[in-house]
Design a protein around this ligand. Structure first.
Ligand SMILES: [Zn+2]
Ligand SMILES: [Zn+2]
Length: 417
């Protein structure tokens, strides 16, 4: 319901003149013959409005703001509430801001009564006018800039409770993480015994494993004086799988950061722990979360395959033959180990061979796979649920002893975010 300032006034003036100069019959015709509507229009002319509301709507000026038909005087508190909010915004760093306001529901209903006679698409509503004026006042008093799309401070002007407030807006950081240990989950993993309360099994931490998210949260609290931080990543690796190479793309949602700068310190703070690394971190828009979380990427893996017997060059030959210089098309039934949370489906996935060799007691296998391929099951066959499999081709039980993600083919993100 935005319209240019000034345009409204003109519209009302025209209507005012029209009503003043026409007799009721002509008016009735002009309004499609609805006599009742014309009387309503005339009645509305008698409504008293405060200075603010009469600048938005058409009505007589009330002697005191409390007499205002629409707002009963709450709009005149705008300046005081803005002052209140600016005071709260002193506690954190910000240069851009957005404003929202809440008005008593009855006031909005009374405003709708006024709209019944004007063309609503041509009216600005009081709420929008209040937001506009609040934004102008905040910009003037702080010297900072309104930016609804990318605000650093969120102002709320609450006419209902009679208070103004300001909070640091969330900050979004895009980057890549690596994970160098086999005992770190991606996000919080509660202790199954105490469900997070803390017990002897988890040494009071409430967690089964520490997590990539925990490491980043701690660094965000330290660097940005944030209240909390949430990790949004593109897929996840198992707890015992390392994430190497250029890492996995993520967006960290930093909640209520009192400090804005210091991405370099944030990286250092995460990296000093040694188990989790972050690099290439930069600020991003909120929309990056969806892009990162819904994109699917091919991945490259390095697997240590253990067989029931010592592997031979012949086994290596069988695996090379399996791929026949091209790729293997897998039919994967949902693995037994994830059946409790995924539906039982068959998925078709492509696997390319990058390298295979005998290394001590292991076959060292490097592959590139479609997004959503279960690599451990490609090795073991998961009791025949994945076909073909390494175990099947070698004619011998085989398991993936160690697995690392060595590359995620996500180059397009760097230009898209
Ligand atoms: Zn008013
Ligand atoms: Zn516990």
């Amino acid at each position: 319901m935005h319209r240019k300032p000034g345009g409204r006034r003109k519209h009302n003036d025209v209507l005012d003149d029209f009503l003043r100069t026409q007799d009721l019959n002509t008016l009735t015709l002009a309004n499609g013959g609805d006599k009742k509507q014309v009387w309503e229009i005339r009645k509305m002319r008698g409504k008293l409005l405060c200075g603010f509301c009469s600048s938005v709507h058409w009505g007589k000026r009330a002697k005191t703001p409390q007499e205002c038909f629409v707002c009963k005087g709450v709009c005149e508190r705008l300046d005081a509430l803005v002052k209140d909010a600016l005071e709260k915004a002193k506690g954190f760093e910000w240069e851009t801001f957005a404003v929202s306001s809440s008005l008593p529901r009855e006031a909005l209903a009374r405003e709708e009564d006024l709209w019944d006679w004007c063309q609503p698409q041509k009216c600005m509503c009081i709420k929008n006018a209040l937001n506009r004026d609040a934004a102008a006042a905040i910009a003037k008093k702080s010297g900072n800039r309104m930016d609804a799309k990318n605000p650093q401070a969120l102002f709320s002007i609450d006419f209902l409770k009679g208070k103004g407030d300001a909070m640091p807006a969330p900050m979004y950081l895009f980057g890549h993480y690596t994970k160098h240990a086999r005992d770190i989950a991606q996000s919080r993993w509660e202790c199954s015994k105490c469900k997070g309360r803390g017990c002897d099994r988890c040494a009071g931490s409430g967690k089964m494993y520490s997590s990539v998210e925990d490491e980043m949260r701690a660094a965000a609290k330290e660097t940005f004086l944030a209240k909390d931080a949430l990790l949004h990543a593109s897929g996840r690796e198992d707890v015992d799988v390392r994430m190497l190479g250029e890492g996995r793309p993520f967006v960290l949602e930093v909640q209520e950061p009192k400090k804005k700068g210091g991405i370099g310190e944030f990286e250092k703070s995460v990296n000093k722990g040694g188990k989790v690394g972050v690099h290439g971190v930069r600020s991003a828009q909120k929309s990056a979360i969806e892009l990162v979380c819904t994109s699917h990427f091919e991945k490259e893996y390095d697997a240590h395959v253990e067989m029931q017997r010592q592997p031979t060059q012949e086994d290596v030959g069988k695996i090379k033959e399996m791929f026949a210089g091209k790729f293997v098309l897998l039919a994967q039934q949902t693995p037994m180990r994830v059946l409790h949370r995924r539906s039982d489906l068959e998925r078709k996935r492509k696997v390319f061979l990058l390298d295979v060799k005998v290394e001590g007691q292991f076959i060292r296998l490097k592959i590139r796979t479609d997004a959503g391929t279960y690599v451990k099951e490609f090795v073991s066959s998961d009791g025949g649920r994945t076909v073909p499999s390494i175990a099947g081709v070698l004619g011998c039980a085989a398991v993936c002893r160690q697995l690392d993600v060595i590359n995620i083919c996500d180059e397009f993100l760097n230009t898209a975010i």
